[in-house]
Design a protein around this ligand. Structure first.
Ligand code: SF4
Length: 167
């Protein structure tokens, strides 16, 4: 085996920490169960910060994309949070590390990528394109929860092997 594997993936914060989500909207006790597969996959896992928690705290109300998009200072806050992550990815990619892409959260006003893209992801993907880094992604389905995994582990495995997620 070669150490390190020089393969990286970005995950939205709450994939590894459901304590960050809106009160009553948690879908697992802590990390999502598929995180165990990620840890064994040979990928280095970089956890993005949760932009909502760090701006409005744990007792924030449910808000839409439009609410976040017009919230004063919020985009600047997201840009500040993304900078160290993007710096790490840039440094590593210059050293030959392979960046697979992002595990996002469907229908989140900040972390969704299909249909209505979240505010945080819009800013992240803008910068990934500028830096010529991968913009591949897979999204956590809205039905996924601890105890309700259906085919998601298989889809994740395909994604980690380099297939584009079509769902
Ligand atoms: S903003 Fe993103 S990381 Fe934070 S709880 Fe929502 S989906 Fe998860």
């Amino acid at each position: 085996m070669d150490f390190p594997g020089k393969r990286l993936i970005l995950v939205c914060h709450c994939i590894l920490n459901q304590n960050a989500v809106l009160r009553g909207w948690e879908r697992a006790r802590g990390a999502f169960p598929f995180a165990a597969d990620l840890m064994k996959s040979g990928y280095g896992v970089i956890q993005l910060p949760c932009p909502e928690l760090l701006f409005l705290g744990p007792d924030r109300p449910p808000m839409s994309y439009e609410d976040y998009a017009r919230l004063s200072g919020y985009r600047e806050h997201c840009i500040r949070l993304l900078e160290p992550v993007l710096k790490e990815l840039s440094i590593c990619s210059r050293k030959g590390y392979r960046f697979r892409g992002v595990i996002a959260v469907r229908e989140s006003p900040n972390c969704a990528l299909s249909e209505r893209r979240g505010v945080f992801m819009e800013l992240l993907f803008e910068r990934l394109r500028e830096l010529h880094l991968s913009t591949d992604f897979i999204e956590l389905p809205v039905w996924y929860a601890e105890g309700e995994e259906r085919d998601f582990r298989k889809r994740l495995d395909d994604f980690l092997r380099g297939k584009r997620d079509e769902s």
